[in-house]
Design a protein around this ligand. Sequence first.
Ligand SMILES: *Cc1c(COP(=O)(O)O)cnc(C)c1O
Length: 424
Amino acid sequence: MTKKPILTLEQVKEIEKTYPTPFHIYDEKAIRENARALKDAFSWNKGYREYFAVKATPNPFILKILQEEGCGVDCSSLTELMLSEATDFTGSDIMFSSNVTPVEEYKKASELGAYINLDDYTHIDFLAENVGIPETIFCRYNPGGKFELGTDIMDNPGESKYGFTKEQMIDGYKKLMELGVKNFGIHAFLASNTVSNEYYPTLAGILFELAVELKEKTGANIKYINLSGGVGIPYTPDKEPNNIKIIGEGVRKKFEEILVPAGLGDIAIFTELGRFMLGPYGQLVTKCIHQKHIYREYIGVNTCACDVMRPAIYGAYHHITVLGKENEPCDHKYDVTGSLCENNDKFAVERMLPKIDIGDYLVIHDTGAHGYAMGYNYNGKLKSPELLLKEDGSIQMIRRGETARDYFSTFDFCDILKNMKYDD
Ligand SMILES: *Cc1c(COP(=O)(O)O)cnc(C)c1O
């Protein structure tokens, strides 16, 4: 699939008069269309709801768009809960899927009336002692071993820190019932960024069978099954994107095969997608400011891993388009690098691209999820602003860029930097 920039060269030149590069850009129309396609794919399930994983793109303007499309939010920290509260998500709009959870975070989730999703058996006592047990609770399941689709090993739950074992699920449900729980949910996240229409249906099959077993062995009233995140996006242009309609139908088939005959046909399906909701609908726009010719050819851009970390930490591929040169041959081999004093700060390694000149704009694709959100301030680098291309074609700033004042603000308790001079 060809990767299309959200903005044309002309639009970027116009935007730069107000918001100089680098900036993150999000596409409102595409975000809404995708959210609607997801909702439609699961419309066969009466209680279906998507709880957007806030950590993927923690921006209140983005959360508002998804809220208008009917989504709730999935949080796993205090600040994510605060952000959700401030953007008017309440009670059952919020799923709290955390791990290694501090007391204050459970307290906040409980205060908001969020669905609490326990990551561990020992958290039953922890929650009971510190906060109290709610009427509805979720438990996160980890089947151990390897998670396979056909002959492909997708991920390794046996090595992952999350969830309850099968025995702990059974004991946990019994214990929670004694503590007054009336309604149960099951949650699992077994593989990340799956570009396969089989992941959700396979996961659903595992969780639906578990639900039947749990009901038989504990008598628990299971109302929700949360398939969590993990439906991925193709970062490379040679891959086909997932077909959410086929995925929804695949889950429906398992539902009808396993849950309906067991008398569990009223179970509501939840999802907690992050990457699938936002990944392709955000891009980082940057400019070539240096070229360097040593043992390789280097293109130096005016951003760095502080805006998008995935290439640096995972060696992840992010497609790059040189604006205005979309149709030129990719006959030059470049490393596209940022300015950190770290040699992993490369957006592309030995990538074939059109000939790049200083001043050319580069679009780094698929940064809408786990992009800005993962950014950091190493080398004292400041994160770029986030802009939204609205449905009417206008541009709205949805987060300003960081300033030096922001960077030094954690010293505001003392005078040691009192002579600091700021440009802003
Ligand atoms: C990260 C995460 C998600 C979202 O994952 P994606 O891969 O972005 O879909 C959902 N649920 C939990 C608990 C997570 O940690």
